[in-house]
Each structure stands twice: as structure tokens, then as C-alpha cells.
Design a protein around this ligand. Structure first.
Ligand code: GNR
Ligand code: NI
Length: 141
């Protein structure tokens, strides 16, 4: 988890799921503190989402695993998260705002789902096509 946090800070992300650095475990790290604020690292082991609100919200999401693309994603506005913390103690937290967006985005990673799986097929296919093209260009550069 310490390694994940370091990797996340290095990449300027606000969250990171273990699978993003090839560790197939249900672990998430997060820090929503703004630039110049005191760091607020958070650790979630085996997290579960409880009581997602009927009410949804839109947020412009990006992902370290889908670099340089941003799209509005609709998700429940609030939820509860039950997880084990850094010390292995069970905790339950009410999430809203950016925290709710980020924990749901990271939980999706644990199940192999990316934010582009939650946008229109047209937009998703366009992004995948551009990423593949970038990859081809990078391979011959
Ligand atoms: O750094 C990140 N920013 C972000 C912005 C809006 C919604 C979700 C995120 S998570 C992302 C880092 C990442 O890809 N985590 O999996
Ligand atoms: Ni992501």
C-alpha cells in the first residue's frame, strides 16, 4: 500500500487501484487533498459499496489507465463504503462529492471496469481507437 501511494503521488493521481500496477488484489489508495494542502492518504482493503443513492450525479472523470481522456460519467451521488483500513480494522464511511466519485471509480477497477465502460459506445470506441493509434506510433518512434 505504501508503494501504491508513492506511485499514485508520482503520477499525480487522486486514487489508485492495485490492479493498475499489476497487483491483482482488492486494494485502493486515495488522497483527495488539494495541492499545497496537508496530504490525506487513505487506504481501502476489500472495500464494499453499500446503499448507493438513487440520486445520481455527473462528474468529468479521467483515469491513469486511460491517459489524457476525460468524459462525464454518471454515478450514484452518495454511497457508504465498508472496508479494512491500513491497520486491518473494519470501517464504514459515508461518501459524497469527489470522494464518492473516486471510490466508485476505483471500485470499478477492482472488477475490471473502466470509466469508458460507463460512457456511450461511440465515445468509448473513439477513445480506444486513439489510444491504439498512439500505441502504434509509440512502437515505431
Ligand atoms: O487521478 C484521477 N483523477 C480522477 C478524476 C475524476 C474521477 C476519477 C479520478 S481517479 C484518477 C486516478 C485513477 O485513474 N484511478 O484509478
Ligand atoms: Ni482509474
Amino acid at each position: 500500500m505504501d508503494d501504491m501511494l508513492e506511485t499514485m503521488y508520482e503520477a499525480d493521481g487522486i486514487g489508485l487501484a492495485a490492479i493498475q500496477i499489476d497487483i491483482p488484489k482488492r486494494i485502493i489508495v486515495m488522497d483527495l487533498a488539494g495541492e499545497g494542502e496537508e496530504p490525506q492518504p487513505r487506504f481501502f482493503v476489500n472495500p464494499e459499496i453499500l446503499d448507493p443513492s438513487e440520486e445520481t450525479g455527473l462528474y468529468q472523470e479521467g483515469c491513469l489507465s486511460v491517459p489524457e481522456f476525460y468524459e462525464e460519467v454518471e454515478r450514484p451521488q452518495r454511497c457508504r463504503v465498508r472496508f479494512l483500513d491500513y491497520h486491518g480494522n473494519e470501517q464504514t464511511i459515508d461518501a459524497e462529492g469527489l470522494f464518492a466519485v473516486c471510490i466508485q471509480h476505483e471500485m470499478d477497477h477492482l472488477d475490471g471496469v473502466l470509466f469508458i465502460d460507463r460512457i456511450s459506445r461511440l465515445k468509448r470506441d473513439r477513445i480506444i481507437r486513439k489510444l491504439k493509434k498512439d500505441q502504434r506510433l509509440a512502437a515505431i518512434a
